[in-house]
Write a protein of this length. Structure first.
Length: 85
């Protein structure tokens, strides 16, 4: 589930765009299958790949940017006098 979560977030934040969709689909397809003894190896490799590519750090930085610089749409709705009623 964690690998699906990280790859879904990576896709949303356009991180490692060339592989994010493939990895996301791979882990989604695996989640519906009966676990096997080889799953531990696959998960370990998946976690290693996330570390190697720095996905978690990139996601952290992307979320900090969103917090520090909210989108223009949310800023305009916060400044709208009708929303303050």
């Amino acid at each position: 589930a964690w690998l699906t979560y990280f790859w879904r977030r990576a896709k949303v934040h356009c991180i490692e765009e060339d592989i994010a969709e493939d990895r996301l689909q791979f882990w989604i397809s695996r989640s519906g299958q009966t676990p096997t003894s080889h799953d531990a190896v696959d998960v370990d490799r998946g976690l290693f790949e996330l570390r190697k590519l720095g996905i978690e750090q990139q996601l952290w930085e992307a979320s900090r940017k969103e917090i520090d610089h909210p989108s223009a749409a949310s800023l305009s709705s916060n400044n709208d006098p009708e929303n303050s009623l």
